[in-house]
Design a protein around this ligand. Structure first.
Ligand code: AGP
Length: 604
C-alpha cells in the first residue's frame, strides 16, 4: 500500500527518485509525486494522477540540486486518486510523503482547522504535515518537530519529511508500516522496500519501529521517537541480486517470476538438507523447544493457499494436527488451540496487516509464533519468535507466483522436519522435493506457448470459469481461480470438486468452462466423476494432469510430467500461473499492476 522513497546524496536526485519509484510501482499506482530542492533553494513539488509514467513525462528534463529528495506512489485509502490527493503534501516549509492510516485523523483535522490550518486535500496525510509544521514553529529543528508532531497521532505510518528551511536533511520514521534504510558511499536511501534502491546499494537496515532517522548527504543518525535517545545504525548486505529486480528479456515481471520458480525452490532448500540430502534441518525452530502439539497457519490470499497445502503435507507426514485460518477473520474468535501449539503466519511481504494482527493476538494469548516470509527484516520477522525465510528473491508482479512456489517448498520442508526421519514416506518425499527444481526447470523449458495460449483464449471466451479440485488439487484450484480473477478480471471461482453438486453445478451450462488440476492420484476416480457431471450439463472441462489422470478415454488438456507425489503441485501451479498470465496479456490488461490491488496490503 503506497511506496515511499527518500534520497540524500550528491547526485541529481529527481532521476534517482523517479527510478526508485518505478521499482515500487507494484505497491500502488493510482498517483505519484516527488519533492526536491531547486537551485533557488526552494522545495518544488510535482504530482500526477494515474500511472507513474504521467509524472515522469511531466518531469522530463527537470533536475534538482544534489541534496535530499522524496517520492511517493499511492494506493488510495482516504480520498480519490486525484492530483490534489497525491503525495507529497505540504504545510508551509514542511513537505512529506506517507504510507499508512491515521486513525484519529478526524479529531486532529478538527483541532487544526480550529487553529486556522487550511486543508487542500481529503487525505489523512495532510494532518501530519500541519502537525509537524506546528511543532517545527516551536522547536526550530526538523527531527524534534517530527517527534513532537507525531505525539498525538494514532494509527500506522511510514513517513519521509523535508523542510524548505532545513536543506540537507530528510527525516524518516515508521510505526506499523515498513521503511528500509540503504547506505552507499556518500549516499543514503530510505524506502518502503529494498528493490527501490537495490540498483545503488545492497547495504540495508530495516528502520526499527518508532525510531527517527535523519538522513543527509553527510551521514545518518537515529534516535528514539519517544525520548530522542540515540540508536545505533547497523547495516547488513542483502543477498538479493539487483538483476532479480529487473525484467531482463521478459515482457512482464510476472512472466519472469513464473520462470524463476525452480530457482525459488532451490534457494529455499539451500543449507536446509543434511549430508546427501538425508534429512531436513530448520535450526530456526530449535529455540521453540519440542515439536508443537498443533500447528495453526494464518495467512491471506495466495499465502493462505500455500498454508492449505502445508496442512495436507504435515498431516500426511507427521502426527501433528494442523488448522488453517484466514488471517483477517482470526481475531474475532476465541483462540482455543492446544497448549504448545505454534501459530505460523505465512506472508510473502511480511507486512500484511491482517497476518501481523493475527500473530499479535496469538502471541498475546501465549502461543509461540513463527513467521514464514520472503522478506528478511520485514515486520513479521520482528514480531514472531522464529522466522523461516523463503528465498524466492524480490517478487515484483502483484500476482504472487515464485513466492507461492517457495512457500510450498517451505511448508513441505516443515512437514518433513516434523515427520519421522526413519519413515520411508519421509525419505521418499524428501527425494522427490530435492529433484523438483530440476524437473520443474525441464518442464517449464518444454512448455509450448501456443498450447497455453489456446487454453487462455478458451478462458477469455468463457462466460464463467470454475476451478475444481480435491485433495491437493483443491488449494491449487482456488489459487488458480484467484490468479485468474486478479489479473484477468474475469468471473472465476474455485471449489472443492465434491462441493459442486451442493450448489455451483447449477451454474454449469454451455459457455461455462471448468478447469481441473489432476495432481492428486488418490482422488482421480472421484475427480473423473465430477468432470463427467460437468460435461453432461454442457460445460467444457480443461484438465491439467499427467498422462492417465483424466477420464479413461481422454488425455489431459495440458499434460504434466509423471508425478509420484507433491512435485505435481509445482507443475500444475506453473501451468495455472501461465494460463492467468497469458489470458490477462491477451485481454490487454496490465499484468504486473492489476487494477485496485497492491503488492503488500498494510491496511486491515
Ligand atoms: C497473490 O497473488 C495476491 N496478490 C495476494 O492474495 C497475496 O497473496 C496476499 O495479499 C497476501 O500477501 P502476503 O503473502 O504478502 O501476506
Amino acid at each position: 500500500m503506497c511506496g515511499i522513497i527518500g534520497y540524500a546524496g550528491s547526485r541529481e536526485p529527481v532521476g534517482i527518485v523517479l527510478e526508485a519509484l518505478s521499482r515500487l510501482e507494484y505497491r500502488g499506482y493510482d498517483s505519484s509525486g516527488v519533492a526536491y530542492f531547486g537551485s533557488d533553494g526552494k522545495v518544488s513539488v510535482a504530482r500526477a494522477s494515474g500511472k507513474l509514467s504521467r509524472l515522469s513525462e511531466a518531469l522530463q528534463g527537470t533536475t534538482g540540486i544534489p541534496d535530499v529528495a522524496i517520492g511517493h506512489i499511492r494506493w488510495a485509502t482516504h480520498g480519490a486518486p486525484t492530483e490534489e490527493n497525491a503525495h507529497p503534501h505540504r504545510s508551509g516549509p514542511i513537505v512529506l510523503v506517507h504510507n499508512g492510516i491515521i486513525e484519529n485523523e478526524r479529531a486532529l483535522r478538527r483541532e487544526l482547522v480550529g487553529q486556522g490550518y487550511v486543508f487542500s486535500s481529503e487525505t489523512d496525510t495532510e494532518v501530519l504535515a500541519h502537525l509537524i509544521l506546528r511543532a517545527y514553529r516551536e522547536e526550530g529543528d526538523l527531527s524534534q518537530a517530527v517527534r513532537k508532531g507525531l505525539a498525538s497521532v494514532e494509527g500506522s505510518y511510514a513517513l519521509a519529511v523535508l523542510c524548505e528551511e532545513a536543506p540537507g536533511q530528510l527525516v524518516a520514521v515508521r510505526k506499523g508500516a515498513p521503511l528500509i534504510l540503504g547506505e552507499a558511499s556518500g549516499e543514503y536511501f530510505v524506502a518502503s522496500d529494498v528493490p527501490a534502491f537495490l540498483k545503488w546499494t545492497r547495504r540495508v537496515m530495516p528502520l526499527p519501529p518508532e525510531v527517527v532517522a535523519t538522513l543527509s548527504p553527510e551521514g545518518l543518525s537515529l534516535c528514539r521517537l519517544s525520548d530522542g535517545q540515540p540508536v545505533p545504525a547497523v547495516f547488513e548486505e542483502v543477498p538479493w541480486d539487483p538483476v532479480q529486480a529487473e525484467k531482463g528479456h521478459y515482457r512482464h515481471f510476472m512472466e519472469k517470476e513464473i520462470f524463476e520458480g525452480p530457482r525459488a525452490i532451490m534457494d529455499t532448500l539451500e543449507g536446509r538438507l543434511g549430508e546427501e540430502n538425508s534429512r531436513v534441518f530448520l535450526p530456526e525452530l530449535v529455540r521453540l523447544g519440542p515439536n508443537p502439539t498443533e500447528i495453526v497457519f494464518v495467512a491471506c490470499g495466495t499465502s493462505y493457499h500455500a498454508a492449505l497445502l502445508g496442512r495436507l503435507m504435515i498431516e500426511a507426514l507427521s502426527p501433528v494436527p494442523v488448522r488453517v485460518e484466514i488471517a483477517s477473520e482470526f481475531r474475532y474468535r476465541p483462540l482455543r488451540f492446544r497448549k504448545g501449539a505454534w501459530v505460523v503466519g505465512i506472508s510473502q511481504s511480511g507486512e500484511t496487516a491482517d497476518t501481523l494482527g493475527a500473530l499479535e493476538v496469538a502471541r498475546r494469548e501465549g502461543y509461540l509464533t513463527v513467521g514464514v516470509t520472503n522478506v528478511g527484516g520485514s515486520s513479521i520477522t520482528r514480531e514472531t519468535e522464529a522466522v523461516l525465510l523463503t528465498r524466492a528473491g524480490p517478487e515484483i508482479g502483484v500476482a504472487s507466483t515464485k513466492a507461492f512456489i517457495a512457500q510450498v517448498t517451505l511448508v513441505w520442508l516443515l512437514a518433513l522436519y516434523l515427520g519421522r526421519r526413519e519413515s520411508s514416506e519421509v525419505r521418499d518425499s524428501l527425494g522427490l522435493l530435492v529433484r523438483s527444481p530440476a524437473r520443474l526447470e525441464g518442464f517449464l523449458g518444454a512448455i509450448v506457448p501456443a498450447e497455453i495460449d489456446r487454453m487462455s483464449r478458451q478462458i477469455l471466451e468463457a462466460r464463467f470459469v470454475i476451478f475444481i479440485g480435491r485433495g491437493v488439487d483443491y488449494p491449487l484450484a482456488i489459487e488458480g481461480a484467484l490468479k485468474m480473477k486478479e489479473i484477468t478480471y474475469r468471473p472465476a471461482d474455485g471449489y472443492p470438486g465434491g462441493e459442486l453438486k451442493h450448489g455451483p453445478i447449477a451454474l454449469v451450462e454451455p459457455g461455462v468452462l471448468v478447469v481441473a488440476p489432476l495432481v492428486d492420484s488418490r482422488l482421480r476416480p472421484k475427480e473423473t466423476s465430477n468432470i463427467r457431471e460437468i460435461e453432461a450439463r454442457g460445460g467444457t472441462v480443461l484438465t491439467i494432469g499427467p498422462a492417465g489422470s483424466g477420464p479413461e478415454d481422454l488425455v489431459p488438456s495440458f499434460l504434466l510430467p509423471e508425478t509420484s507425489g507433491w512435485d505435481g503441485v509445482f507443475f500444475a501451479s506453473a501451468v495455472l500461473q501461465l494460463l492467468a498470465y497469458r489470458a490477462a496479456f491477451l485481454a490487454g490488461n496490465d499484468v504486473d499492476q492489476p487494477r485496485n490491488l497492491a503488492k503488500s496490503v498494510t491496511v486491515e
